[in-house]
Every structure is written in C-alpha cells, then in structure tokens.
Ligand binder design. Sequence first.
Ligand code: BGC
Length: 395
Amino acid sequence: MKSVNLTGLLPLALLPFLLSVAQVAANDDAFTPANPPEMKPIASHHTPAYRAAKEFLRGVNLGDYLEVPPQYFGRGVRVSAADIAQIKHEGFDHVRVPIGWQHYADPAPDYTLSPEIFGRVDFIVTNALADGLAVMINIHHFDELDSDPAAATGEFLAIWKQIAAHYEHFSEKLAFELDNEPHDNATTALMNPVYAQTIAEIRQTNPERTIFVEPGGWGVIGELKNLVLPPDKNVIVSVHCYEPFYFTHQGATWTRGLTPVTGIVFPGPPAQPLVPDPKLDLKPAMLDWIHKYNTLPAAQNPSSPRAFTAKLKYIRAWSDYYGRPVHLGEFGAYTKADEQSRANFYSTFRQAAEQENIGWCIWDWIAGFRYWDNQNNRPMPGMHEALFGKSNSNP
Ligand code: BGC
C-alpha cells in the first residue's frame, strides 16, 4: 500500500480548473427541461440502470494509478489486493478505476491494446469483484479526444471494442464509463453522437452491461442540459463537482496558478480573516471570493454547503425528469486543506448527495486527496466518520 502522490508530479494539464473558476461564479438555476424533444424522458424508474445505480452508492477512485502514462506507472500510487480488501472493509460498495488505455494502444488502424494493460486492469477488477465490490472502469485523460475529437473517435471506438470483448463474460457488477471529463473541443454536443455510436458498439458484445457517460465541460453539472442520450435502459450519467473549488484545490500545483492560497477552512467564515500574501498577485475573482469568505456569515459563506447544495438538487431534478440515474463520480478535497476542514467537507458533501439520492465516489484512495493513510494503515483523520457516519473499527 505504499504510495507517493503523483498528482503534483505530473504536469498533465489534466484538470477541470479553468472551467471550475467559471463554476465558482456560476448561478445555480433551478432545473427546467432544456433539450426536449431531442432526449426523450424514460418514464419508468424500474430500469436496469436504476437497479445498477444501487450498486454504485458509496465509492472511491483508485486515482493516480492506472491512468498515468506507462513511464510513471508504479512510481507513485500502487494499489494492492490488501488495499481493495480494505476498501470493502471501510464500507465502500464500489471502486472507480481511471485507466489510460490510450497509452497502451498500437498505432492506427488497429489500435491493439497491449496485454500489459489488460493484466493490470484484470488484477484490480477480479480482486474487487471477488471482494464483493462493484467496479467502474473508464478511459481517463484521453487528451487527443479532447483536442481533436473527429480525429480520435476511431481510436476511441477501437479501444472500447477491445475492452468490451475482453470483459464480455465478467460479472454485471463491472460497468464501463466511456470517457472521463470530456472538455475543450470534446463538447457535450459533439460527444452525444460519439457516445451513441460507442454504446451501440459495446451492445454487440455486452447487451446487458451498465454504461456510464459524462457530459462535456469536464463532466460538470451545468452541462447536463446539453446531454442527449440514446433510449438505452442501462445508461447512468456521471458528473463531477469540486465546489467550493478554492477550498478543495487550495495549494494544488496543477491548477495553472488559480488556487495558490492555502489556509482556507470549511465551513467559513474563518475565526481570523485570511490575509493572502500580496506577492501572490491574486486575480479579482479570487480576491472577491476571499472577501466574502472572510466576511459573510455561515449561511451565505462561499466556503460552505451553499457551494454545492443547489447543484445537487439540480442533478436530482434532471435525473427524475429524464428517468436517468445520475452518479457523482468525483468530489473531494486536497490534503493541503487542514484535516478537520477536510473531514467537515467530505461529511457535509456526502450527506447532501445522499439527501438527493445520488450515489457518490470520492477522489481518492491513496493519492493527493487520500482517504487512506498508508503510512499508518488507517483512514485519514475523521474520514471514516465523514463518509460512513460511525466511528471506525480500525485503530
Ligand atoms: C484528476 C486528478 C486530480 C483530481 C482532483 C481528477 O479528475 O484525474 O489527477 O488529482 O481530479 O483535481
């Protein structure tokens, strides 16, 4: 279970951050159906997707492991069979496994995936299933698809065809998530037909498999309104939410300089006003946020549940209207936040998601946003109680 956090090591330009700044300021409109008649609601909520969603209620991302480029594999996070058993023991019911299949594909036209990556994924999948966990495997950080979706769609389909064939006979508790956080040129509108085509391809070999899809704009909730899915009855939608972003990503090195201020607590306001170092030369949006954080009472403070409760309600309303279960595939806070604030945040967010009947999956197990303290073989302080509401049986 030894790991070194690779999150800060990889200058991968991977993350939802530019957009998240927009999210910080975004209004939280109440749900009104925006794209009928393109996507027809599914009237019944007794579909295979709703049944499958019950297996994906409390999850953890095996982040910074199988998605990293091969030259970094094993240099940071390593997930063992003991980790997976511990995940089950803690009370999680599923794992989300980010995977960089594209790093292991031969060139066109076949894009043949190497046995090496199948071996690594099989190890996680078979151990997790054997321990009674549901598993979601995805394609993570497929940068070529984000920059030139038309050019990369052939490879995307070829990869999914091979994954689908390989896992055809696996338990129904294994699900496929088509693409992590499409963004930039991979807009929701552009991904809609790509998803429809990929789902049709997967259905050739896996007629019953649960498939998760994320909207564009880095999988943000605000993009649900642009999603148009085929009438398949076993598709679950997955979204990500890292609000309040200045709290969750404080001190992160991979946000292109957007979140340099540390010492932000959750919930605000702080006991003593936070005075950022003038040398940081902060942008007006962040200065304004800090001013509100320092001065507004708890109910209006930007570092509070106010940052996400309306978004979670929107998810629930969208989901109920369209008859598609929605899953929260990533939320979390970096370990630069103080331990008590992290525990407060995970607890509050988790409960708000459960109140809206939304299954959740934290970022992450033993990387930069870790749940598990693998140096001391126990959960990070307060994390077990935050997620499972009772004290931990493990010392
Ligand atoms: C990325 C991780 C990152 C996390 C939080 C995920 O989508 O894959 O690399 O640490 O978001 O920023």
